[in-house]
Design a protein around this ligand. Structure first.
Ligand SMILES: [Zn+2]
Length: 240
């Protein structure tokens, strides 16, 4: 694959930066739209010119780009500097660096260990802090929910998947996205409850929702919240 051109698509008040890629591997040409840009992949066998291909798909491109608009407004500007604000369990905390052996939470502050910041940088140390907090908090929640149901899980994995907040494997492992530590506790607890319920019922059958709704309130609102607010829970834009 080779990048050949970076340009802008302008029409009907939208301006979309895009890249054209000529690919030997791609069987057919295609257009991908992400939250920030458009990528036009042109198959080597295709005789269509990129601008013609774009013109063909124009309506779809504009529609898709506008769908992202609402989400784009919710992307926070992330700063990895002391004094910047970061969410923790739905509340804003101020980042500070102090001469302490390990990073920790102090009321309205996230205190990062100066020694570790020196070694890893603020970004990596903050990520490490979040993951550590996520592991602690989610383990408590998974224990609480599996006790409630009287089921057993195998292991908890703390991950960072772009498109998933959680999953439950056939082996009984619970996977949870550490970025959920940033959001309201009732939202992250919903995700945990959702996954632990899969230990009883694998599919999203009526039976599954029956069990979950017996133990968890406002499921619809929480699902909606996650769908609408996922951009607010990014660590960096790579998570989008
Ligand atoms: Zn599910």
């Amino acid at each position: 694959m080779k990048k050949i051109k970076k340009s802008y698509f302008k029409k009907k008040k939208v301006k979309i930066p895009y890249t054209v890629v000529r690919s030997n591997k791609a069987k057919a040409s295609r257009i991908d739209i992400t939250i920030r840009e458009m990528r036009v992949t042109v198959s080597k066998n295709s005789r269509i010119k990129p601008f013609e291909f774009i013109a063909q798909k124009e309506d779809w491109i504009i529609k898709k780009w506008k769908e992202f608009e609402k989400l784009r407004d919710k992307i926070p500007k992330r700063k990895f500097t002391p004094g910047s604000k970061w969410p923790y369990k739905g509340k804003k905390k101020t980042l500070a660096v102090r001469n302490v052996p390990d990073s920790f939470l102090e009321k309205d502050k996230i205190i990062l260990s100066g020694k570790k910041v020196k070694k890893n940088g603020v970004k990596l140390e903050l990520e490490r802090f979040y993951k550590k907090e996520a592991r602690k908090y989610f383990t408590e929640l998974v224990d609480k929910w599996s006790d409630k149901y009287g089921v057993e899980y195998r292991k908890i994995y703390i991950k960072n998947q772009k498109t998933r907040w959680g999953s439950c494997s056939n082996k009984g492992n619970i996977n949870l996205n550490w970025r959920l530590i940033m959001t309201r506790p009732d939202i992250s607890e919903y995700v945990v409850a959702h996954e632990v319920t899969h230990l009883i019922e694998k599919s999203h059958s009526p039976g599954y929702w029956g069990i979950l709704s017996k133990h968890c309130d406002n499921i619809k609102e929480k699902k909606r919240w996650l769908k609408d607010n996922s951009p607010s829970l990014i660590f960096t834009e790579k998570d989008l």
